[in-house]
Design a protein around this ligand. Structure first.
Ligand code: ARG
Length: 462
């Protein structure tokens, strides 16, 4: 076909690829994200070829200049990616040859796209993980800030989504602080494992050139080479590590988002969403919808899907490289591009929330959240706990029939069900007292929450 681009691998071919095949197999539409990483890999590889004498000074100077020009074109959005050149690697190599002439064709000495793509992908993901880690830190900082600012706010804690026991709002935020801390650990571990260089593995077996794999690894900021050449080009467990860490993170973010949706409903009325992260209805003028939180909740699904896609793509693949592996990129890119915008907006959304403390408090006073404490009070005075539980249960049944709260009962009514009760039991049931009694390690009592906040602040300093 006249005017068609000659493929770098076309030597043994007589026919052209079908344009449908070109479109079908091209990865350039998505792997152009790797272009800057590919430049960095080319530069490190080229410098090493120069040191080995496989390029002379003049050749290396030309290649380096060409690569730098390509780099600035990419940064400026001027670089023209061509579909017929399949992927980012062949696009860059062809551009280099076009700029510097046949010497550019020396850059592919001692390597393959197989080790090249694995290196590019790891570099790209490494900086993605660093952005995720920075975002997680900012989010955790906001959670601690909210905990400090709302230390005295008490709301119902739930089990089975039924009011259970009163807790500090700070305790609730600090629970997420802990979850996200473990997420950060998972990402940091993923980063540590991915930071190894596959370069020098070439197609799968290593090369006949005495490449300095350590030097190239060091130049690219890797902790060292992936030792085995077959492993280096064929495994993508580093992508699995990343997407699975992201999937767990999305579980946590989705739970937080769900609570924002619930709490902002009229039924709960615990928070008001900031206008800046809400939307209205095109038909119902009164509506204010928590779309940001709903989308966070929903987007967890696509990340879980990406994890399944990656696991499925990898399972059963014979060693070493298979073109299947080209399908590793979109799930990872989309995971990153799903998680990062969430981490970018969630801190401001949380800071913009208005907490309706009076509604939270009122909810604590309605629903017998202090019933456990009355049973505990009786148990502390020798009533076997199971018996105390039964007595208080019957008392609650009585209150429900009478439309009364525990705090509204007379001592006489109380004693009808709990013969060991005394007047002191009623003051024992006041809300603050109920919460602050929970000073077991990590509990919701004031002193323990303050301790958690201090530990959190210290952790964020490191
Ligand atoms: N675009 C390819 C990928 O993403 C690059 C590696 C191609 N290697 C090959 N042997 N065809 O996997």
């Amino acid at each position: 076909m006249a005017g068609r681009i000659k493929k770098p691998w076309a030597g043994r071919f007589k026919g052209q690829t079908d344009p449908r095949m070109d479109r079908f197999q091209a990865s350039i539409g998505f792997d152009k994200r790797l272009a800057l990483a590919d430049v960095a890999v080319n530069l490190a590889h080229g410098r090493m070829l120069r040191r080995l004498g496989l390029l002379d000074d003049r050749e290396w100077a030309a290649i380096e200049t060409g690569l730098r020009e390509i780099e600035s074109d990419i940064r400026a959005g001027r670089f023209e990616f061509k579909l017929e050149l399949e992927d980012v690697h062949m696009n860059l190599e062809a551009a280099l040859i076009e700029r510097v002439g046949p010497v550019g064709a020396k850059i592919h000495t001692g390597r393959s796209r197989n080790d090249q793509v694995a290196a590019d992908f790891r570099l790209y993901l490494r900086s993605g993980v660093d952005e995720v880690l920075a975002g997680l830190k900012a989010l955790r900082r906001v959670l601690v800030r909210l905990a400090r600012e709302h230390l005295e706010v008490i709301l119902p804690g739930y089990t089975h989504l039924q009011r259970a026991q009163p807790v500090r709002l700070a305790q609730h935020f600090l629970a997420y602080f802990q979850m996200l801390g473990r997420d950060a650990e998972r990402f940091a571990q993923a980063r540590a494992r991915l930071n190894r260089s596959p370069l020098g593995a070439a197609a799968l077996a290593g090369t006949t050139f005495a490449l300095d794999r350590e030097a190239v690894a060091a130049e690219l900021g890797f902790d060292g080479p992936v030792l085995n050449s077959i492993d280096a080009v064929s495994d993508r467990d580093f992508a699995l590590d990343f997407v699975s860490a992201a999937a767990v993170l999305m579980v946590h973010l989705s739970r937080l988002a769900e609570e924002l949706v619930l709490w902002s409903s009229q039924e709960f009325g615990f928070i008001e969403m900031p206008d800046s992260f809400s939307t209205g209805s095109s038909i119902m003028p009164q509506k204010k919808n928590p779309d940001a939180a709903e989308l966070i909740r929903a987007k967890s699904g696509r990340v879980f899907g990406h994890l399944t896609a990656l696991l499925t793509m990898l399972k059963g693949l014979p060693l070493a490289y298979n073109k299947d592996l080209q399908e590793d990129k979109e799930p990872v890119f989309d995971t990153l591009e799903t998680v990062l915008p969430i981490l970018e907006l969630l801190p401001d959304l949380l800071v913009g929330l208005r907490f309706r403390e009076e509604r939270m408090r009122a909810a604590c006073l309605d629903g017998f959240l202090e019933a456990t404490d009355l049973a505990d009070w009786l148990a502390a005075r020798g009533v076997p706990f199971r018996q105390a539980h039964q007595q208080v249960g019957e008392l609650v049944g009585y209150c429900l029939d009478q439309g009364k709260r525990l705090g509204q009962l007379s001592l006489e009514e109380l004693r009808r069900f709990c013969p060991r009760a005394e007047a002191e039991a009623l003051t024992w049931l006041e809300l603050e007292a109920v919460v602050d009694r929970r000073e077991s390690l990590g509990g919701t009592g004031r002193s323990e929450v303050v301790r958690q906040i201090e530990a959190a602040l210290k952790e964020l300093e490191d």
